[in-house]
Design a protein around this ligand. Sequence first.
Ligand SMILES: Cc1cc2nc3c(=O)[nH]c(=O)nc-3n(C[C@H](O)[C@H](O)[C@H](O)COP(=O)(O)OP(=O)(O)OC[C@H]3O[C@@H](n4cnc5c(N)ncnc54)[C@H](O)[C@@H]3O)c2cc1C
Length: 474
Amino acid sequence: MEIAGALERIEAIVGPRGMLRDDAAEPLLQDERGLYAGAAAAVVQPVSTAECAAIVEICNEARLGIVPQGGNTGYCGGATPFDGERQILLSLARMNRVRAIDPVGYTMTVEAGVILADAQAAAEAEGLLFPLSMGSEGSCQIGGNLSTNAGGLNVLRYGTARELVLGLEVVLPSGEVLSELKGLRKDNTGYAVESLFLGAEGTLGVITAAVLKLLPLPRSRQTVWLAVPSVGAALDVLGIARRQSGDQVVAAEYVSRASLDLVLAHVTDVRDPLDNPYEHYLLLELAGSLSDSALREILEGLMEIGLTNSMISDGVLAETNAQRDALWRLRETIPEAERREGRSVKHDISVPIAAIPGFLADATGRLSSVAEHRLSVFGHIGDGNLHYNLMPPIGCDAFGDGRAGALTQTLYDRVNAIGGSFSAEHGIGVFRRDELRHYKSDTAFDLMRLIKNTLDPNGIMNPGKLFADEDMRP
Ligand SMILES: Cc1cc2nc3c(=O)[nH]c(=O)nc-3n(C[C@H](O)[C@H](O)[C@H](O)COP(=O)(O)OP(=O)(O)OC[C@H]3O[C@@H](n4cnc5c(N)ncnc54)[C@H](O)[C@@H]3O)c2cc1C
């Protein structure tokens, strides 16, 4: 089938409202970080699974690539199309209905284009919690969250997106619809085929709906900002908090002084919550079924033990929601502050949790011998996941002379050597494709390729993402 004919048939399915053009299409072709300027033969927004399936079937016949897109907040260029003639961008934004909430089974069935914050709000309106949470929650969509297996702020307690799914509806590359939306907690009937699509970054099919796990809404929430003498102390304090609270810690975020300084320099309406500067901070949040006063007692007890044993240098408990929001703002605006500071080389790594202090000490020395740099380190320390970002020295716009790549490789080699991952939660897209080839074992990479070729023999789903073209040649 000719491309032009395929595009006409697609337009006939979605109607003029479902084809975005010019100014409406333009922002969707640019990725979140401004690294890639994309191009597509069409930008299409179906409103139903049936429309989506019909579009995919046409694309498969015409060998037209499909790049699924959710909120376009991904960090790896995964949702950007790169061929103005042979790829379409398939935006799920209009498939944004909450289909059902089951308060007895603690589940919610939503379409892929539901914005994460809207899913959280819909659950909360029923007195329930959908615990996935991250800085981009006002824009990112459930389909994007599941396709990237997003992590975020509450993984420590509730797991990544993958662990919050009880069923999926997916349009396969053939246009067939895989509908596994029973939402059962137990279903041992052979391979869990739906799980293949979680973290697949749109390379195996289009997620159109999901059954998500819900929990009772916590009755109480308490937040504390702690200064700690070392990263090791931060882990010790976290361990005590988990044990003393019966594992009610929902978030444990590490913030280095350098990262906080960037926020204080570039973000308005923020202030250092403590009187003196410290090198390391831990933002802890507890939530659960205990009363507010009982949770608070646990945190006060933690501070007392920590201050007595020199595991905590100083700290402040949020007294009000406004204070809680202010503490979280210090953590959540770090990426924005880094952007305003200038260029940086970003890394989203994970290492075994107990290895974090030794890894950080070791990495600093190794990287200093590669190039002079400034560090901004922060992240989900309770998950072993750190955002380890490098900025050029003050007065320099960028690392010169291939130094950025050398720094990244040195860091990733070290991460790999201690059993860590070069991509903890942001995924691969096009940005980390070479690293995937390099660090994934041959056995795992070959299996991934086999699955891709089996499900998508014509290579229409998100071409060029995860795999380079040359990786797919026999
Ligand atoms: C301020 C900020 C904070 C962030 N914080 C975090 C964080 O804490 N943790 C974290 O994990 N990430 C974080 N991110 C990254 C990003 O928000 C997540 O990766 C998010 O899950 C992407 O969702 P999205 O809807 O924007 O997906 P998109 O960016 O649109 O797409 C991401 C990938 O999923 C594919 N895809 C999208 N929808 C579908 C679908 N329906 N079917 C099949 N494939 C699909 C795309 O093709 C692409 O490969 C952050 C981003 C920003 C800007």
